[in-house]
Write a protein that binds this ligand. Structure first.
Ligand code: ZN
Length: 281
């Protein structure tokens, strides 16, 4: 096995639940747009694609057929070995069954696991009940899909510790520190260090990645690389490339992350290397 300690995984989250074509004409919304964008991001160095889909009106939704089409279009590109990570949280107020179906039937290698409930951006409840998290954990194990444990505050890391203890999450775990979302922890280096310390205490041996939404985005990007983490970029988290400038594409974010990783004298992990790092089989 090659030395993986110097390799950093870039995850691209091209679409998310919220940005619309009104926010930025460059966000991919339709399955064919998302699939093409993911392919292009893979060419730039992304090893993991975190996938959301929208309904026919471009709204946040968990429409199975949209995921099916998107995944099919990516899998048809035979040269593209990017790891697929399907969301289980394509918005708020969604039916549990609709949230659980895409990963369960389409069997990507990963899916999101949002490890607690929060007040989302001061306007809605992002609900992940204890019963839902037990069911989601059980179902990921049934189909051998690795959960990416998304945590928006330190309490959610302790929550993950509970589900590990109860067997709903299997070690070694992979965490995604989602920072700077109103209602969650602010995106600062101090907070990132705090989150990582708690993860090391609660779930030693875990791998981790992080991103910052809004003004903390660059700080979290640089701090994560410096602290040995993996990184997520893309329009799900930021539509601005920098203050006052809308990103041309998701590829622009991937290319910047790659430059920063390489300037730090690390290397960007290929999908095959990311599979080894994340223990995907
Ligand atoms: Zn997401």
């Amino acid at each position: 096995m090659s030395d993986l300690s110097n390799k950093r995984i870039i995850t691209v989250a091209t679409t998310g639940a919220w940005p619309t074509k009104d926010n930025t004409p460059n966000v991919p919304i339709e399955p064919h747009e998302i699939a093409q964008e993911i392919y292009n991001c893979w060419k730039e160095g992304a090893a993991v694609a975190h996938i959301h889909c929208r309904d026919d009106h471009g709204k946040a939704a968990m429409v199975f057929e949209k995921f099916e089409e998107t995944v099919r279009l990516i899998r048809e590109r035979k040269d593209c070995d990017i790891i697929l990570n399907i969301t289980t949280s394509g918005g708020v107020n969604l039916k549990e069954a609709d949230r659980l179906r895409p990963f369960y039937e389409l069997k990507p290698e990963m899916c999101s696991y949002d490890c607690g409930t929060m007040n989302w951006q001061h306007n809605a409840i992002f609900e992940n009940s204890p019963q839902f998290l037990e069911k989601l954990g059980t179902m990921t194990q049934e189909v051998n899909v690795k959960p990416e444990i998304e945590v928006f505050d330190p309490g959610m890391i302790y929550n993950a510790g509970y589900y590990i203890k109860k067997g709903f999450l299997k070690k070694p775990c992979h965490f995604q520190f989602c920072m700077g979302v109103p209602g969650g922890i602010m995106a600062t280096t101090k907070n990132l260090v705090f989150m990582k310390d708690i993860m090391d205490e609660v779930a030693p041996g875990s791998t981790w990645s992080a991103f910052g939404v809004g003004k903390g985005a660059m700080e979290i990007l640089y701090a994560t690389i410096a602290m040995g983490g993996h990184i997520r970029v893309g329009m799900e988290d930021n539509v601005l490339y920098r203050k006052g400038q809308i990103a041309d594409s998701n590829m622009q974010f991937v290319a910047r992350a790659k430059r920063i990783i390489e300037e730090f004298t690390c290397e960007v992990a290929t999908p095959a290397e990311a599979r080894q790092i994340l223990g995907l089989s």
